[in-house]
Design a protein around this ligand. Structure first.
Ligand code: ZN
Length: 315
């Protein structure tokens, strides 16, 4: 047997590695950053095969320079299937120190607010009007949209909007642009509907769902040392001020921060804005043609077979 020959196990390993790499490239779908508008989507149910109990994935992220870093103080399984146990987080520590000394509304206080861990929620969705509506996209939101969904599912008459058979589409309404944008007026469709009316689309969707990357394929932890250095670099960025050296020394020595950071905050805000702008450009948000949103209801229905398919997924 030549050393280049590959056996079953080798192939399996190769495929697994390729899957992981593919999942890594996956970027989140989001409405264009510079436009307001209504986007018709549908939230998808949890995938039982993955032991998912809920249809979303919650994690806490620190934003530094427009880049997200998993907070170390949370227990999650990472993209490689390894359990990360909650541990002390250097960024959370820095934030606590700032809050301990900063007056409400001060620049230190704002800096702390900017750096503190944010709740993020990832969902699987389909987008109405996509050339292939069965294509599964991943969408990430903050706490407010999650709370709206929570309210809809637990306290409203809309019911289980994520159900494939008796759920509802969802109008994601984006008001405002950039950092000021919100989804507060988003709402489920008035009518209950099956996700697709034809058997082929449903079969394709179910296949896509089963093959879709697990939520934890987006989770990658940096070690505490790396986070410390990232924070340090962020705070010293393009300035060799002695004041800042002292500020960093304070972060590192776990002493209370006594130096004012007023000047820094402006710079920080500018960096964040420009980093965001760059990010938006890089990810080239897709433009959605709303004219396609009108669903074709004339499709032939095959209720029995469709029911069978859906029941298979739900069992
Ligand atoms: Zn943290």
């Amino acid at each position: 047997m030549s050393e280049f020959e590959m056996n079953q196990d080798d192939y399996k390993e190769l495929i697994d590695a390729m899957r992981k790499d593919k999942a890594k490239q996956k970027v989140f779908w989001s409405p264009p950053g510079d436009k307001e508008g209504t986007y018709k989507i549908r939230f998808l149910p949890p995938v039982k095969k993955n032991n998912e109990k809920v249809f979303y994935f919650h994690h806490k992220v620190h934003w530094i320079n427009g880049k997200g870093y998993e907070c170390l103080n949370q227990t999650l399984i990472d993209k490689d299937g390894n359990l990360h146990e909650a541990e002390e987080c250097p960024i959370c520590n820095a934030v606590s120190k700032l809050y301990a000394t900063a007056e409400k509304g001060s620049d230190d206080y704002k800096l702390a607010g900017m750096l503190k861990a944010k709740d993020r929620y990832i969902y699987r969705i389909i987008i109405r009007g996509n050339p292939d509506e069965t294509k599964i996209e991943y969408f990430e939101s903050g706490k407010k949209l999650f709370e709206l969904l929570y309210h809809i599912l637990t306290e409203s008459d809309f019911g289980m909007i994520i159900d494939l058979k008796n759920g509802r589409d969802f109008s994601l309404v984006k008001v405002g642009t950039g950092a000021q944008s919100n989804y507060d007026t988003s709402t489920p469709s008035a009518n209950v509907s099956m996700i697709f009316n034809d058997k082929e689309s449903i079969a394709k969707l179910l296949k896509n769902l089963e093959e879709a990357p697990k939520f934890n394929s987006f989770v990658e932890f940096k070690d505490a040392q790396t986070l410390k250095q990232t924070l340090k670099k962020f705070l010293t960025h393009s300035d060799e001020d002695e004041e800042e050296d002292e500020l960093i020394a304070n972060f590192e020595n776990s002493e209370k921060v006594q130096q004012p950071v007023e000047k820094k905050v402006e710079k920080v805000a500018a960096t964040v804005t420009s980093a965001k702008a760059q990010k938006v450009e890089k990810n080239k948000p897709q433009v959605i043609d709303t004219s396609d949103f009108v669903k074709d209801d004339e499709e032939e229905q095959e209720p029995d077979e469709i029911d069978k398919l859906l029941d298979m997924f739900n069992s």
